[in-house]
Design a protein around this ligand. Structure first.
Ligand code: ATP
Ligand code: MN
Length: 549
C-alpha cells in the first residue's frame, strides 16, 4: 500500500517540480570534461530513483526504498586508498598502512584515465553539497558520478544546499566516483584495478573501480580529519552524538560495528549524527546530513528508528529479498555482512536541526569485546580515558566462513585510524585537553560478549546496553557503589536500574572463573603490547592507566 502511495507521490512530484537545474558547462570544461551532454545536475531524489530504475540498476522494496547492489565491492578497500605525496602532505601526513603515498605522476595518469572514461559516458550525474553543519567550517563539495545511485547517496549523506545557496556555490573539493573504470595497476602505481586517491593539492578525491558508497563518505571524512585539526585547530572525531532534553550532549566513539549508529538513535534524545563530528571551543557539530546504518539482522522491535527509515528516499545496499517478493530478508548475509541503508537525518523522528550541540557532558567509548572480558559499562579516570582512546580497542569474530571462530583483536588509534591522516597523537592531545577543561564523564561500554567469549557466551542484549547508557546519562550511576576491575582498573558499578546486577561484573557471568581470569590477563597483554609504540610519547598518568598483569 505504502508502495502505491509512493508512486502517486512520484508522479505528483514530477509534475510539480520545476525542470532540472542546468549545470554551468564552463565548470566542466575547466575540469577537463568534454562530455557536456546529458548531465543531470542537482537531480531530486525522485529523479535519481527513476534514473536508477530506468537503467535497471535497482528495484523498490515493499516500503518504497531503492535497493541497489554496489557491485564487486561491498565495503571499503583500505589497502587501495592512496594519498598523493606532495609538498603539502610530505611532512604533515602520518604515512602508515592507512595513509599510503602515491607519486604525483600517478595521480595525473589516473585523473586523465578518469576524464577519458567520463567523456565517453552516455550520461553523468553531478551534485553540489556541503559538509559540516557549522557554517564557520562548511566545506563545499561537488560530486561527479557515473551512477545515479552514488549521486543519491551523496544527497542522503551530505548537507543539502537551498536554491539560494546554490546560486553562488563554488566547490572547495571535488569527488569523482567512477565504479566502471578499471585501472591498470602497473601503469597507475596502484595495487589492484581499483583505487581511492586523495590529492590535497588538487582538492580532489578520485574513486575508480569501486561502487561502494562508503568510499565517498569516508573519503570526505579523511580530508576533514586533516583540514580541521591541522588548519583550524578543531578536533575531528569518529563518533556519533545526541542531545538530552536538558541540552546535554553525549558522544559515542567506536570502531565499526560497536554501536555508534544503533545507540545514538534514542527516542529520548535528539540525534546530532551517527558517525562523524567535530568538537570546537563552543560546540559539537556533525559533518554529515544523513545516516549510514547497518541492516544485518535488523528488526523493528530492537531498532525501530532505523527500521522505519527504510522508506521512499532511503537507499538500501546489498540486501536480498525473500524469494518471489520485494520484502527484504534482513538476516540474509549472502552478498555481504555489511548490508547498509543511507537516509537523510530527518528520517529519524527526533533529529536535531541544525545538527549542532553543546560541549559534551558524557563520552562513551564503545567496544565490541568478543573475548567477553570488559565490563558492560564502567567509569574511567582521565588517565584511563586517554589510554583507551589511544588504544582504540575492539574485537571481532574472525573468518567465520573458514570455520575459525576465535575472536580477533583490533587496536585502532582514536577509534578511527583508517581515516586519520595526521599522527594519532594530534587528536589524542586535543581530546585530552578538552576532557580536562570541561570535566567530562567518560564511560567504557562493552557492547560485545558476556557469559564467556565468542562461542560460549552471548552478545549482551541491546536492551541492557541502552538501559546502562540511559542510567549514565541521567546521573543514576552517580549514586551507586563501584568496584575496581582487578586487571583493567576501571570502576564497575555494582547496580544499575533495569539491568540484572549479576551481569555488571563480567566475571560473575562466566561459569569458569579461572577461564575469565586467564582471558583478562590475555587481553591485558594485548593492550600492553599494542601500547608499546605510544609509551614514549605519553604522560605518566596515561602510562599508569595500563592494565596490570
Ligand atoms: P560503523 O562505523 O560501521 O557505521 P557503528 O559503530 O555505527 O559502525 P552499528 O551500525 O551501530 O555500528 O552496529 C552495531 C550492530 O550491533 C547493530 O547491527 C546492532 O543491532 C548490533 N548489536 C547487537 N547487540 C548490541 C548491543 N548490545 N549494543 C549495540 N549494538 C548491538
Ligand atoms: Mn555507523
Amino acid at each position: 500500500m505504502r508502495f502505491l502511495y509512493y508512486f502517486c507521490g512520484l508522479i505528483k512530484d514530477c509534475l510539480s517540480v520545476p525542470t532540472t537545474m542546468v549545470f554551468p558547462t564552463r565548470h566542466l570544461l575547466k575540469l577537463g570534461l568534454r562530455n557536456t551532454e546529458n548531465i543531470h545536475y542537482q537531480s531530486s531524489p525522485e529523479e535519481l530513483i527513476a534514473d536508477t530504475l530506468r537503467l535497471g540498476e535497482g528495484v523498490l522494496n515493499d516500503t518504497g526504498a531503492l535497493v541497489i547492489k554496489t557491485g564487486e565491492f561491498t565495503g571499503r578497500c583500505p589497502k587501495d586508498k592512496f594519498t598523493v605525496l606532495d609538498e603539502i602532505t610530505k611532512d604533515t601526513v602520518h604515512w602508515n598502512d592507512f595513509n599510503i603515498p602515491l607519486e604525483p605522476k600517478y595521480f595525473d595518469i589516473i585523473f586523465q584515465k578518469m576524464l577519458d572514461y567520463i567523456n565517453a559516458l552516455p550520461e553523468l550525474w553531478i551534485r553540489d553539497g556541503f559538509a559540516c553543519a557549522d557554517p564557520r567550517y562548511r566545506l563545499n563539495v561537488r560530486t561527479v558520478n557515473e551512477k545515479p545511485w552514488n549521486n543519491q547517496f551523496f544527497y542522503n549523506m551530505f548537507l543539502r544546499p537551498t536554491d539560494e545557496e546554490l546560486e553562488d556555490f563554488t566547490p572547495d573539493w571535488h569527488v569523482f566516483s567512477v565504479p566502471g573504470l578499471t585501472l591498470d595497476s602497473k601503469e597507475c602505481g596502484i595495487r589492484h584495478h581499483n583505487a581511492a586517491v586523495v590529492s590535497f593539492k588538487h582538492k580532489m578525491i578520485l574513486i575508480a573501480g569501486s561502487g561502494y558508497t562508503g568510499e565517498t563518505k569516508k573519503g570526505i571524512f579523511t580530508i576533514l580529519n586533516y583540514i580541521l585539526p591541522h588548519e583550524k585547530n578543531v578536533l575531528s572525531m569518529h563518533c556519533s552524538a545526541n542531545i538530552g532534553k536538558k541540552g546535554d550532549t553525549a558522544i559515542f566513539f567506536g570502531l565499526s560495528g560497536t554501536g555508534k549508529t544503533t545507540l545514538s538513535a534514542d527516542p529520548n534524545r535528539k540525534l546530532i549524527g551517527d558517525d562523524e563530528h567535530a568538537w570546537t571551543d563552543d560546540n559539537v557539530f556533525n559533518f554529515e546530513g544523513g545516516c549510514y546504518a547497518k541492516t544485518i539482522n535488523l528488526t523493528e522491535e530492537k531498532e525501530p528508528d532505523i527500521f522505519n527509515a527504510i522508506r521512499p528516499g532511503a537507499l538500501v545496499e546489498n540486501v536480498k529479498f525473500f524469494p518471489g517478493t520485494n520484502n527484504i530478508n534482513f538476516d540474509d548475509a549472502s552478498i555481504t555482512e555489511n548490508t547498509r541503508v543511507s537516509y537523510p537525518l530527518d528520517f529519524i523522528n527526533n533529529a536535531a536541526e541544525p545538527s549542532i550541540g553543546g560541549i559534551p557532558k558524557n563520552i562513551f567509548f564503545l567496544t565490541c569485546d568478543a573475548f567477553g572480558v570488559l565490563p558492560p559499562i564502567s567509569r574511567l579516570t582521565p588517565g584511563q580515558a586517554m589510554y583507551q582512546f589511544i588504544s582504540g580497542y575492539t574485537a571481532k569474530v574472525a573468518g567465520t566462513e573458514a570455520g575459525v571462530t576465535e575472536p580477533k583483536s583490533t587496536f585502532s588509534a582514536c577509534f578511527g585510524a583508517p581515516f586519520l591522516p595526521l599522527h594519532p597523537g594530534v587528536y589524542a592531545k586535543m581530546l585530552g585537553k578538552k576532557m580536562q577543561e570541561h570535566k567530562v564523564n567518560v564511560w567504557l561500554v562493552n557492547t560485545g560478549w558476556t557469559g564467556g567469549e565468542y562461542g560460549t557466551g552471548n552478545r549482551i542484549k541491546l536492551k541492557y546496553t541502552r538501559q546502562m547508557i540511559s542510567a549514565a546519562l541521567e546521573g543514576k550511576l552517580d549514586k551507586v557503589g563501584y568496584e575496581k576491575h582487578p586487571v583493567f582498573g576501571m570502576e564497575v558499578p555494582v547496580e544499575c536500574e533495569g539491568v540484572p546486577a549479576e551481569i555488571l561484573n563480567p566475571r560473575n557471568t562466566w561459569e569458569d572463573k579461572n577461564a575469565y581470569d586467564e582471558k583478562s590477563k590475555y587481553l591485558a597483554k594485548l593492550f600492553i603490547k599494542n601500547f608499546e609504540k605510544y609509551a614514549a610519547g605519553v604522560s605518566s598518568e596515561i602510562l599508569a592507566a595500563a592494565p596490570s598483569v
